[in-house]
Design a binder for this molecule. Structure first.
Ligand code: GLU
Length: 546
């Protein structure tokens, strides 16, 4: 068969040669060892939490090596495309600190290796497809859906491998005349790869995460171009990653079975194979056993975390923690450092993948918030509340200084308080500072009511805003002693029967009256922030309710 003639018959309109296209995509001028990586999502309208893993790995590999990280939108499957999905995913990744150097942007694209949307690269794919036909490495197939499904049925009945190969590949060795007849009749065709692989052989391959693997060769004549001339993922990624200079392909392990085909494709096209890193799917524990985090799981949707009130940074940190087991230790030693300073290593990634765990995420989040400034907590909370609790956002914004003073409690030291996991925790945490939110169910411990009343009255009478923490507490001790409660914990523990209670109980009476709860940050701080009037009114109201 004259393959040149066949190529002209199939793609008369395609006049460019691969060399013309190659000239438009020169080799990148990057320092030795610089990695070029990409994220290549299909805009299907759902950004899976799990996608933060390959994106972060790609981003780190590129940026840690002085390379390039780009965004290519793989929109060749019009059926799955959702309007607005591209914008949505760019915004989502940027929110999670995943920034691309090249590729699609909110207002177009940037970079010299575009178009970065596959739907706009049709003639590029066809140029390479035509070359494969010229070289006898690809051929047209005119099978109808019915014919293909009849082949499948027969293969099932015979219990043989399904697919288009060997004797089932009925167009593989068709004559030029047979093909020409179909073309002249205006029939549609798909372009198939002529596989030289055999299931009797295996390919050896090194995946940078999974290590060395052996997989059976591909013997299927897979589709390269669909009948509308649009490529399949396999063909498009080979052409694009070659032209765009990708050195490392980081993608989900669901692509691993297609790898033998991809290896063949790169070789047939005369392209250097990039390095591959296949990331295992994120798992979660359910009923004691591991299961894949599916799109239907709450945890899979990034909107879920946003709505729940996880700071963006907590998610970023959590992903790093799961990716590299030594990240947490490093971060504990360098609490103020950015994740970008961490020496990320692919070697530290687990080949079997990560396990999602809420406790761990919450732990990370508590830590993240504890190291924020009061301003950051204020801004994060307001931003979240504006969307999910507007009344609370207004309350905070009505007096930012007051809110920031509250949020400063226990912040800034080496061991900051860890009261908050979510932005949503801020409201219950600060509610007692706001008369609008303060709705105490005062439940005092089981002591003589008169003692509680007397303690509160004595405290109110002796309160002096200028007292420092020590003077403040000494007064509480004096009140304790005057009511027959131990003012010294050691003495109390040695002979509790000699006292009605201890200074800790007196403190608790004040705490409950002031905050409506048994647990709170430092009371001296609280009273200063609340101001004398509000604080004393609280205590008087509580005493009156007894
Ligand atoms: N468009 C493919 C996907 O969304 C990309 C896989 C890859 O990164 O090569 O799964």
């Amino acid at each position: 068969m004259d393959f040149n003639k066949l190529a002209e018959l199939l793609y008369a309109d395609v006049t460019a040669l691969p060399a013309d296209v190659e000239a438009r995509f020169p080799k990148r001028d990057l320092p030795e060892g610089a990695k070029v990586t990409r994220f290549a999502p299909s805009p299907t309208g759902f950004v899976h939490f799990g996608s933060l893993f390959p994106t972060r790995v790609s981003e780190r590999l590129a940026h840690q090596s002085g390379g390039v990280f780009f965004l290519r939108v793989e929109d060749t499957d019009a059926k799955r495309e959702v309007a607005g999905a591209e914008k949505d995913l760019i915004e989502t990744y940027s929110y999670y600190d995943i920034h691309f150097d090249e590729g699609m942007t909110l207002d177009g694209s940037k970079g010299e290796y575009g178009p970065y949307r596959q739907s706009e690269r049709k003639e590029i794919y066809q140029t390479f497809a035509k070359q494969l036909v010229r070289e006898g490495k690809a051929y047209p197939c005119f099978c109808t859906e019915e014919e293909l499904s009849a082949i499948r049925t027969e293969q099932e009945a015979l219990k043989v491998d399904p697919g288009y190969y060997g004797k089932w590949a009925i167009w593989r060795d068709a004559s030029y005349e047979a093909i020409e007849e179909k073309i002249n009749a205006g029939e549609k065709f798909v372009l198939r790869f002529r596989s030289e692989g055999s299931v009797e052989r295996k390919i050896k391959f090194t995946d940078l995460i999974k290590g060395s693997i052996e997989i059976t060769e591909n013997d299927k004549d897979h589709v390269l171009l669909k009948s509308d001339g649009i490529p399949t993922y396999h063909f498009a990624h080979a052409v694009d990653d070659h032209l765009m200079g990708t050195t490392h392909v980081v993608r989900g392990e669901e692509w691993l079975p297609s790898l033998p085909f991809h290896v063949q494709l790169f070789s047939a096209l005369g392209f250097k194979l990039p390095k591959y890193l296949h990331i295992s799917q994120l798992m979660k524990l359910e009923g004691g056993s591991k299961k894949k985090l599916s799109k239907r799981d709450n945890e899979a949707s990034l909107t879920f975390y946003k709505k729940a009130g996880y700071p963006q940074k907590s998610i970023v940190e959590y992903v790093m923690t799961l990716l590299n087991s030594n990240y947490e230790e490093w971060h504990a030693a360098n609490p103020a450092a950015s994740f970008e300073d961490f020496p990320f290593s692919v070697k530290k990634m687990s080949p079997s993948g990560c396990l999602f765990d809420f406790n761990k995420l919450n732990d990370v989040s508590k830590n993240v918030i504890s190291f924020m400034t009061a301003d950051e907590v204020f801004d994060g909370t307001v931003e979240w509340a504006e969307e999910y609790d507007p009344a609370f956002a207004s309350l905070l914004k009505a007096d930012p200084d007051y809110a920031k003073k509250i949020l400063s409690i226990g912040r800034g030291g080496k061991k900051p308080r860890k009261d908050l996991t979510l932005w949503a925790d801020v409201k219950p945490y600060v509610s007692f500072f706001y008369d609008e939110l303060f709705a105490p169910e005062l439940s005092f411990p089981d002591f003589d009511k008169e003692d509680i009343k007397k303690a509160l009255a004595a405290f109110t009478a002796s309160y002096d805003e200028n007292d420092d923490n020590n003077a403040w507490f000494n007064k509480v001790k004096e009140i304790a002693a005057s009511l027959g409660y131990a003012d010294d914990m050691k003495a109390y523990k040695a002979a509790p029967e000699q006292f009605k209670g201890s200074v800790a109980d007196i403190s608790m009476f004040i705490r409950i009256a002031l905050t409506g709860r048994t647990n709170s940050p430092d009371m001296h701080d609280i009273m200063h922030i609340m101001g004398r009037d509000r604080a004393l009114a609280r205590i008087e109201n509580a005493a009156a309710s007894l």
